[in-house]
Design a protein around this ligand. Structure first.
Ligand SMILES: Cc1cc2nc3c(=O)[nH]c(=O)nc-3n(C[C@H](O)[C@H](O)[C@H](O)COP(=O)(O)OP(=O)(O)OC[C@H]3O[C@@H](n4cnc5c(N)ncnc54)[C@H](O)[C@@H]3O)c2cc1C
Length: 328
């Protein structure tokens, strides 16, 4: 039987699993359909600088993750972010005294997942379409019809809807993934030539098309020309406007930003909209990770464990632990 383990998904969950297996001297290959690592924790390079369009920050509450974050801080890959934080309810803006410690990757979010790729064989731009269970082990077929493998085990570390077809060989795993609905988010980045006249650097928003805004350059390591804002449409608003064009989305959410800030928000000098179809699980799940040890199939990701960066990292580690526990 082959000894190599395949991991599908180079987000923080898949890479946490890869590093845990590597630490136990297992050979691992990670596949991702994108050109780089990070998934929803990545940053987009743009002409106005690096933009965090997905995860905005992360928290570290669990002991092992806190220890990992401390290591990343010492390596200069993570810094704390303490914005002037506000909240907006029914159009009323108020300062939000909040003790939560927030972290960001520096100089961009993907610094974290790039460091987790160290020593791991990562095959990017490879979308895995099907898994075939053969007497020689698992064969992965990509969207170009190329086979990869065989592998002794497979860990699927994609969002739940994308995991369902990959887990089809295991009824229990595919059913668990199919039961998880994931909600969309429209994210926009808007650059203004002159700073907007507001002290706000971040704001949780309710009763508005937006549910979050952040002034990008308030985060450590982000350098932009002009004043660059990130806005996230709420799940409900994003779902209702899924098919609008990026320009229409930018226009709607610029108006929503003006409502939140209560100041003049001119036409942006540069804008971008990105649609996350599977931004977050609708409900929080606490599986940790999922395993079908008899088949050698595992699943992890934020949808298995709380729906955030910290939960995704812990879920990846748990998938690796479950796999190693089987004595493989
Ligand atoms: C708009 C938005 C805002 C968020 N804000 C926060 C926040 O402030 N704080 C926080 O903690 N979390 C936040 N999150 C959630 C956080 O980003 C995720 O919980 C976390 O990044 C999930 O990591 P993951 O590894 O489970 O999945 P992902 O990051 O989605 O990684 C999965 C990977 O699988 C790859 N993939 C999928 N299908 C295939 C296939 N068939 N073949 C090969 N590769 C495939 C994808 O390309 C991707 O790289 C936010 C998410 C979004 C979208």
């Amino acid at each position: 039987m082959p000894k190599t383990i395949a991991i599908i998904g180079a987000g923080i969950a898949g890479l946490a699993a890869a590093q845990a297996l590597r630490a136990s001297r297992r050979k691992v290959i990670v596949f991702d359909k994108s050109r780089g690592s990070g998934g929803r924790l990545s940053s987009k390079r743009s002409e106005v600088g690096n933009l965090d369009l997905g995860a905005q920050y992360f928290t570290a509450r669990e002991r092992h993750f806190s220890t990992q974050v401390q290591v990343w801080r010492e390596l200069g890959l993570v810094d704390s972010w303490q914005p002037h934080l506000y909240q907006s309810r029914h159009g009323v803006l108020s300062y939000s005294a909040d003790e939560q410690q927030r972290f960001v990757g520096t100089p961009r979010m993907s610094a974290l997942t790039r460091s987790l790729c160290a020593g791991i064989d990562c095959q990017f731009a490879t979308r895995i379409s099907t898994l075939e269970n053969t007497p020689q082990g698992w064969l992965l077929h990509d969207s170009e019809g190329q086979p990869h493998g065989p592998f002794s085990h497979v860990i699927v570390a994609t969002p739940a809807p994308q995991a369902v077809p990959l887990l089809a060989a295991s009824q229990s795993l595919s059913q668990a993934a199919a039961a998880v609905a994931m909600l969309p988010t429209w994210a926009v980045a808007l650059q203004f030539a002159a700073p907007l006249a507001t002290p706000v650097e971040a704001c949780f928003v309710q009763h508005n098309p937006l549910d979050w805004i952040a002034r990008s350059q308030s985060k450590p390591g982000r350098e932009h020309s002009g004043d660059v804002w990130i806005g996230h449409g709420s799940s409900a608003w994003s779902a209702a406007h899924l098919e609008l064009s990026p320009d229409e989305i930018c226009e709607h959410l610029r108006g929503a930003l003006a409502e939140v800030l209560g100041c003049t928000v001119p036409a942006p000098t540069w804008q971008l909209a990105h649609r996350w179809l599977y931004a977050r699980p609708e409900h929080s799940h606490d599986h940790g990770a999922l395993a079908d040890p008899a088949m050698g199939l595992y699943a992890c990701g934020d949808w298995c464990n709380g729906g955030r960066v910290e939960g995704a990292w812990l879920s990846g580690r748990e998938a690796a632990r479950l796999l190693l526990e089987q004595g493989h």
